[in-house]
Design a binder for this molecule. Structure first.
Ligand code: SAH
Ligand code: SF4
Length: 368
């Protein structure tokens, strides 16, 4: 018997080929695509506008959802949910859903899912739980897309998850944003990540706009340049964490291969080609990268660039010596940047009580 085909791994064209090979008319691919990405179906039996024989064949020869939830946690305020999923080969990944119910009239409520691109990560950043475990493998496009669909289903229909967890807010809620900021380095799994992003952007299905999609990278120059040539103009975030090579090398080991000047040159090209504002992520670690002198050095590095700095209070990882900056030091760091004309935001701390920092739940549960 041949292996079943994971449907979420297919592009629209590949799905059309599969169904054409089964003797189906062309419009069936659009119908199946709509079931998968518009209606968020997980079972061909429910695809009621398809002939029964086709539903049976899909059930016998394909699979849909590759994610088996094995653990779920909700933060004390109910606004952050984290799932640990087992993949068909036993690898585990994390996905985090964040609710932002801002009460300011100008702010819209957001529902953001943070998805993983790899099981583990080879980059070894010293403050990151995922980095400590090393890389197991790349995720497939379907495994990446499936995380988005799972969160969207959870928001749409109140359903009981593991540990009796019920979705916290209201039913018929919609996912508004996707950030590729979970486990793994997305530009080290470029093809599959981009196929997944094209799938969720596709208007005939999930139809999530490019401005609602953000990819975060440790800073791989070739990947950044390649992104600049993509027709889809998503948001780019680069994890900087230090303004000079001596310090960044200690925190982000890949900096010895791609020093800051190379990363900044690639980002400069990206901005020149896309005219899009780039975000730099900077995790503030007490006594490490949070001094006023480093804030000034960072301001000098970024002066004149179409960018924005996202200051992140470090999520402490067990057995790691790194600690978050005090709020006074963080505020002082931010004030220096702002004073020198660099736009900043301070990310609100999310789900700290549920190990929501990337890789932390998987690490704590020993699922590697
Ligand atoms: N590999 C990519 C995307 C995944 S990590 C990257 O490095 O950008 C997503 C973000 O979380 C990165 O900015 C990363 O530096 C940050 N991060 C990792 N561990 C963290 C921790 N313990 N506390 C705060 N931010 C962390
Ligand atoms: Fe990998 Fe990003 Fe973690 Fe660094 S911070 S180890 S690149 S997941």
């Amino acid at each position: 018997m041949t292996h079943p085909t994971p449907l979420l791994d297919l592009t629209h064209a590949e799905l059309a080929n599969l169904l054409a090979g089964w003797g189906q008319p062309r419009f069936r691919a659009d119908q199946v695509w709509d079931w998968l990405y518009g209606k968020l179906a997980t079972d061909p039996a429910g695809m009621t506008n398809l002939p029964a024989a086709l539903r049976d064949r899909l059930a016998a020869e394909t699979t849909i959802d590759p994610l088996a939830p094995i653990h779920a946690q909700r933060s004390a305020d109910g606004q952050t949910i984290k799932w640990l999923f087992r993949l068909p080969d036993g690898q585990t990944i994390e996905t985090v859903l964040m609710h932002y119910d801002d009460t300011r009239a100008s702010a819209r409520a957001r529902r953001t899912v943070c998805i993983s691109s790899q099981a583990g990560c080879a980059m070894g950043c010293v403050f990151c739980a995922t980095g400590q475990a090393g890389l197991a493998r790349n995720l497939t496009a379907g495994e990446i897309v499936a995380q988005v669909l799972y969160a969207a289903r959870w928001l749409r229909d109140p359903f009981q998850d593991l540990t009796g967890l019920q979705r916290p807010v209201r039913s018929d809620d919609r996912l508004t944003n996707v950030v590729v900021m979970g486990m793994g380095e997305p530009l080290a799994n470029y093809e599959r990540v981009w196929q997944a992003l094209r799938t969720i952007n596709n208007e005939a299905g999930f139809n999530l706009g490019t401005r609602h999609i953000t990819l975060s990278t440790v800073g791989l120059p070739q990947g950044i340049r390649r992104m600049a040539g993509e027709p889809l103009r998503i948001n780019l975030a680069v994890s900087l964490h230090a303004p000079n090579d001596a310090l960044r090398e200690k925190l982000v080991p890949v900096n010895s291969r791609y020093p800051i000047a190379e990363v900044m040159a690639a980002v400069g090209d990206y901005i020149a080609r896309t005219n899009r504002r780039v975000t730099f992520e900077y995790a503030l670690m007490a006594g490490i990268d949070d001094t006023p002198a480093l804030a000034h050095e960072l301001a000098a590095l970024l002066a004149g660039l179409l960018c924005h700095v996202n200051l992140i209070p470090l999520n402490p990882v067990a057995e790691s010596p790194y600690r978050p900056s005090t709020s006074e030091n963080a505020a002082a760091f931010q004030a220096i940047l702002e004073g020198r004309g660099i736009p900043t935001t301070m990310r609100t701390r999310r789900g700290i009580d549920i190990d929501a920092g990337c890789g932390q739940l998987r690490r704590r549960l020993g699922q590697t």
